[in-house]
Design a protein around this ligand. Structure first.
Ligand SMILES: [Zn+2]
Length: 273
């Protein structure tokens, strides 16, 4: 076990305290980590930030590495990533709903290094990614967390109509075939080489999408999703207030002037030769 307070020179902070609550930069701390796992973490974050258009961040907050409990945390071989802080931009994992492109870009590269990645849609992981190396990197149709990731990128990055339920079925299989064809990646996805190729190109496309100007209608869609995610007693009031804004004549006129231009196919083409 090794004591660390940074990864690749990026300070590791803790922000789950009354005076440093979740979502803030928190304060730098020492964390115990198993040495071979630390190497994987270094390589993974190196690749994430080499590809991420925002570059190397100033701070990463973690909910913990070595934790005295059963499982990979008990061996110092798991990492919980809460948030990433760049100079002018922050990704808080809890904000998945309106930072999907950046979130899924980062997760695509994390998955190239960690066999287990539990994300926002996985039960009890809305406020952090859990990553560990207890299983090898590959795609398993029975894995709920891998299928959730797959369906999320098919829906939000490749703009396919698909239900995100974590269950591999005929619909998911069909959409995978279609998207892999477009990307000119061989199937099946369960072959490690094909899966790694998919992760790499998906990460790059997601990062490209988060660099593009996001349209006002896309932001309104995000807002609608955030509202639908609220606890019921708040949801109804906020939804009604939002709808009366949308129904206003001036809003409706303004929305009619916005053209949604999103050509994912030509973006894909720019990534494959
Ligand atoms: Zn964890």
């Amino acid at each position: 076990m090794k004591k660390i307070n940074q990864v690749n020179g990026i300070p590791l902070h803790y922000a789950r305290l009354t005076n440093h609550p979740y979502g803030t930069r928190g304060e730098q701390r020492d964390f115990l980590i198993e040495e071979s796992f630390f190497k994987v973490l270094e390589q993974a974050l190196q690749e994430v930030f080499e590809n991420c258009p925002l570059g190397v961040p100033e701070v990463i907050t973690t909910a913990g590495i070595f934790v005295n409990k059963p499982g990979q945390h008990g061996h110092g071989k798991a990492f919980d990533l809460d948030a990433i802080f760049w100079k002018d931009k922050t990704l808080v994992t809890m904000n998945f709903v309106h930072q999907k492109e950046l979130y899924l870009g980062i997760e695509s590269f994390l998955r190239k290094h960690f066999g287990i990645v539990l994300n926002y849609h996985y039960p009890n992981h809305k406020d952090h990614w859990h990553v560990d190396t207890s299983v090898p990197v590959d795609y398993n149709e029975n894995s709920k967390s891998e299928t959730l990731y797959l369906q999320l990128v098919l829906k939000h990055i490749y703009k396919e109509e698909i239900l995100v339920d974590g269950i591999w079925g005929r619909q998911t299989a069909g959409v995978v075939k279609e998207v892999f064809n477009k990307l000119r990646i061989n199937t099946p996805i369960t072959t490690k080489k094909n899966y790694l190729q998919f992760l790499e190109i998906t990460g790059k496309i997601a990062f490209k999408l988060c660099e593009e100007q996001i349209s006002a209608t896309h932001l309104l869609d995000n807002l609608t999703e955030v509202i639908e995610d609220l606890p019921e007693q708040n949801r109804i009031t906020v939804r009604e207030a939002f709808n009366s804004f949308l129904d206003h004549n001036d809003t409706a006129q303004w929305l009619n002037t916005i053209k949604e231009e999103h050509d994912i196919d030509s973006l894909i083409d720019s990534f494959i030769i």
